[in-house]
Ligand binder design. Structure first.
Ligand code: PEP
Ligand code: MN
Length: 344
């Protein structure tokens, strides 16, 4: 259930509503918007009648949220939420953000140079994995904390905020102490302990859809992060498993539009993992913008043939730079713009 307060509702009236929710043995999550406050009821509220709340002073309306997901539901928030990575990489506003960088952080020189090149090409945040969830236990697993330090050096050199994956609940505090945004990858999309843990730390979370997850399952899982107290969740469509083998995954491009329809959370695409082949990344990136995403995350490597992971799908910095003007044109055609890198 959600309870929408009148625009002029006082804090006492909001507290009164919260008191009533607690008396029912339920919990609340109040979202203070610029115009009005919405209070979401968390817990088993199916048998409660929303009209009880409508008798309270300051309440505009109370209604059941029919979808199985609650906190991520669009009903809760008519406007798309914005999530800010670092100081000014705002995802969910009019400007579209391109987060770019290598799959894995390989060395300080690699990540600092790549950061400079992707920024030059128009990226507004840097990606790079220090903890890698590899399919094969004998593949490179990432440099761990040393990799986080290399990312911090790249941020220092370029001003780009950093997005990096966390794989285990035990590493959340460490990764959060370096990163500007924590990524939860497709293999951990239903690791509810990890979702709750990233929900308890203050940095935004770029949460990728599981490769076999329905959108209902995905949004309910996003609620784990939100319910733990972190409102700054960015959804990411990175391709799903189907019978089709021409690409690494099948880019469920319409899922981006459907997620935006069902949820107030900002949505980005990942044309790199969604396709798995560099020659498909630019067309898929264009489609990402055309279908209404709030930005994208792409893999860029200075020497894809020698990348330690995901070389086949990595663009070179030049390929990225060549792609960007067409993304700006498509953004313009759909009433958006491409964000410009801010820092020196
Ligand atoms: C990645 O971003 O490098 C990654 C491992 O992505 P995914 O979880 O989408 O496979
Ligand atoms: Mn990768």
């Amino acid at each position: 259930m959600i309870i929408v307060m009148n625009p002029d509702a006082t804090q006492d009236q909001i507290d009164n509503v919260i008191g009533m929710i607690r008396e029912m043995g339920l919990k609340e999550h109040a979202i203070q918007g610029t115009e009005l406050t919405v209070v979401a009821v968390i817990g088993e509220d199916r048998k409660k009648d929303p009209s009880i709340f409508e008798t309270l002073p300051g309440v505009s309306k109370a209604m059941k949220v029919l979808a199985p997901y609650k906190m991520s539901a669009r009903e809760l928030h008519k406007q798309t939420s914005t999530v800010t990575i670092g100081e000014d990489c705002v995802i969910g506003g009019n400007a579209l953000q391109v987060i770019a960088g290598p799959c894995s952080v390989e060395s300080e020189e690699q990540i600092v140079n790549t950061a400079r090149m992707v920024k030059e090409a128009g990226a507004t945040a840097l990606r790079g994995g220090a903890f890698k969830p590899r399919t094969n236990p004998f593949s490179f697993q990432g440099h761990g904390e040393d990799g986080l330090k290399m990312l911090a050096a790249a941020r220092e050199a370029t001003g780009l905020p950093i997005v990096t994956e966390v794989v285990a609940p035990a590493d959340v505090e460490l990764v959060s102490s370096y990163a500007d945004c924590l990524q939860v990858g497709t293999r951990n999309a239903q690791n509810y302990a990890l979702l709750s843990e990233v929900g308890k730390q203050p940095k935004p979370v770029l949460y990728k859809r599981g490769m076999s997850m329905t959108l209902d399952e995905y949004l309910q899982a996003a609620d784990y992060i939100l319910a733990a107290g972190n409102e700054n969740v960015i959804l990411c469509e990175r391709g799903i498993r189907t019978f089709e083998k021409f690409g690494r995954n099948t880019y469920s491009i319409a899922a981006i539009a459907e997620l935006k329809h069902r949820s107030h959370l900002p949505v980005v695409g990942d044309p790199s993992h969604a396709t798995g082949h560099a020659h498909l990344v630019t067309p898929a990136a264009r489609a990402t913008i055309a279908v209404g995403a709030d930005g994208m995350i792409i893999e860029v490597h200075h020497d894809p043939a020698h990348a330690w992971s995901d070389g086949a799908q990595s663009l070179t910095p030049k390929q990225m730079a060549d792609m960007m003007p067409s993304l700006a044109q498509i953004a313009d055609a759909v009433g958006r713009s491409l964000a410009i890198p801010q820092h020196a």
